[in-house]
Ligand binder design. Structure first.
Ligand code: URA
Length: 479
């Protein structure tokens, strides 16, 4: 029997492969009679005529392996995958269960390598603002395999409201907030090198870095050096490693006063293992983790539409919130609701949440008096807050007070110095006072003045959230 040549597109040509497999199966052509080759723009089936053939039904586990396998850079991938399909459809339906089979083993290793590459891409892509383009972002990444198409849904899901491009040596893809398009390969120089987000990323990384766990070899294995240039936070690594032992000593001293050993890393790890995809899944993780400081009745989660335009971040639930299990229902929440109403922000359309999800208090007689969370406690909850923002994907994030600001930036900054427009990582932001600050002011005149200033902030917040990003009206231009 003569050999049949099938030519597929360079890269991960899943569609071409599927059509080829249907045709080959309909023709009953065994793998030893097929030669696979790759081309930039192949005529669909190379030297062979083809006809429309019926679909081929495969066990789900085989289909998944094929989706990953076509992304591998091995030039023999299609031949190997076709051998697998042929055998599964010709009496070896449970072939994947035989892990010792050389073909199964090889394809399994390929799938693992692709999965690893995808995880690296999810973790190490950093968008930077494109020069001269206030609303466009680009990132450079060097994958080992043809994973662009496979990775696209993750980035669309996480950064749906950004106009982003990912440039790689094997191709590029752009999401313009509506459509995804694929383009030609790029070079590192095509991607922006540095932008104003760098500081924020570095601050975030420094705040979640645990000196007691520093292990440079493991870090290198997890974050291979070729990605370092793309990551703003890597600039901090040498310094963090150098000062790690001093910081561990300081931590050990502090630890004696810390009621719990939970760390931001644990919060991150818990999420990483469970990959919450919805707010409900995230909230289940927070509820399961329990309060960092004993006493709270329950975790108080964020509340509001799941893709609200504005997220307001407060400090922590108070006494009423703790009892009712809802944020901003006590005196400060009522004041916030009144102010929102005065400026025309519909509270039911906003998403209200807190940096810390459990009430911390001191018992004085029958009263539970609010106790401010420590920086460590705020940092413990921080990865959850970041995940919450990722899931809500708001147009604007409002920090109410210094604790919220610490949670959003990783830095302690007085509100008086930072009040106004801000950028929190990829989110347009605004910083203002916490409504409980207004309640604590000593006299009516000061209260009135501070309340007016708070209303003025809320009006700007309202305008910012209303501004259409496509018209070019930008956070810093809106002032
Ligand atoms: N203060 C906050 O920061 N959050 C609440 O939910 C209530 C009061």
């Amino acid at each position: 029997m003569s050999l049949h040549r099938i030519t597929l597109k360079n890269g991960a040509d899943l569609d071409g492969f599927r059509r080829a497999v249907r045709w080959l199966m309909a023709e009953e052509l065994a793998p030893q009679h097929v030669v696979w080759s790759l081309d930039e723009a192949p005529s669909l089936f190379g030297d062979d005529e083809f006809h429309d053939a019926p679909p081929v039904s495969l066990p789900r586990s085989v289909a998944r392996l094929i989706e990953l396998g076509v992304c591998h850079s091995d030039s023999e991938r299609y031949a190997l995958l076709y051998q697998l399909i042929w055998r599964v459809l010709n009496g070896e339906r449970d072939l994947l269960e035989i892990a010792s089979d050389p073909l199964v083993h090889r394809i399994d290793m390929m799938a693992r390598a692709v999965r690893r590459d995808l995880h690296k891409m999810y973790a190490f892509v950093r968008f930077r603002r494109m020069q001269g383009e206030l609303e466009r972002f680009a990132a450079w990444f060097e994958p080992d395999h043809f994973i662009l198409e496979a990775a696209a849904p993750f980035f669309i899901d996480r950064f749906r409201s950004l106009d982003w491009t990912i440039l790689t040596p094997i191709g590029s893809m752009r999401w313009d907030r509506r459509d995804l398009t694929f383009g030609p390969p790029a070079q590192r120089e095509d991607a922006p090198d540095e932008d104003s987000f760098e500081e924020g990323w570095r601050g975030y990384y420094e705040s979640v870095f645990n000196p007691a766990r520093v292990n440079p070899n493991a870090m290198r294995a997890e974050m291979p050096k070729k990605y370092w240039r793309n990551l703003p936070e890597t600039a901090s690594i040498p310094g963090l490693i150098q000062t790690a032992s001093q910081r561990v000593d300081a931590m050990i001293e502090q630890e004696a006063t810390m009621p719990s050993k939970r760390t931001p890393e644990r919060a991150l790890e818990a999420m990483w293992d469970q990959e919450p995809k919805t707010l409900d899944e995230l909230n289940a993780i927070i509820a399961k983790a329990g309060p960092l400081v004993p006493g709270a009745t329950q975790a108080v989660f964020g509340e509001g539409p799941k893709h609200a335009d504005i997220v307001f971040v407060g400090e922590q639930p108070g006494d009423q919130e703790d009892l009712q299990g809802k944020p901003f229902v006590g005196p400060a929440g009522k004041l916030l609701a009144k102010a929102m109403q005065e400026v025309g922000i519909d509270r039911s359309k906003a998403y209200l949440t807190n940096a810390v999800k459990h009430f911390k208090f001191e018992q004085r007689g029958h009263r539970r008096i609010h106790a401010k969370p420590t920086n460590g406690e705020v940092k413990h909850y921080r990865p959850w807050l970041m995940k919450e923002l990722e899931l809500v994907r708001p147009k604007l994030v409002v920090a109410l007070g210094a604790t919220a600001l610490l949670a959003l930036t990783g830095k302690s900054t007085p509100i008086s110095r930072s009040r106004g427009h801000a950028q929190f990582g990829p989110y347009r932001g605004y910083i203002t006072v916490h409504p409980s600050y207004l309640l604590r002011l000593p006299d009516e005149a000061t209260k009135r003045e501070a309340y007016e200033a708070f209303l003025a902030d809320l009006r700007r917040i309202h305008d910012l959230a209303e501004a259409d990003p496509d018209t070019g009206e930008l956070p810093l231009a809106a002032e």
